[in-house]
Design a protein around this ligand. Sequence first.
Ligand SMILES: [Zn+2]
Length: 132
Amino acid sequence: MASLDMDGPFALDSKAIQSKVAGNPGNFALGTMTGNKRFAVRIVGRSDDNLQKTLLKELKRGTGQPGFFARLFAGKKRINAFKFSHARDAQAAFSKECRNFHNFGGSKKLANKAHPAPPPGVKAACEYCKGK
Ligand SMILES: [Zn+2]
């Protein structure tokens, strides 16, 4: 079974983000806690510099504004939990984001609309696109 290799899940609120997540590069997954305490991944992402800040921004995007993200944060299968891990640097975070993206079905299964893009100024290719 695919694994995110992250800590959590935690309830998706600013308190949990501020107390658990540090201001370093890292990766996250947003998802839904189902009735039987299973975490269903909906979106994977990363932060090149400050994971805590990025997660707070995602939370605000989902809860405070209309549109695509707001829809994910509403309804029966709304996003209400997150998992995260810290990374050595932006490039390591990118590599892990690619792995998560492919392991969890890419754009077909995730709410991620596009394949992860490398950090600005970095020429890195996805190691998991090979042979696909
Ligand atoms: Zn790829």
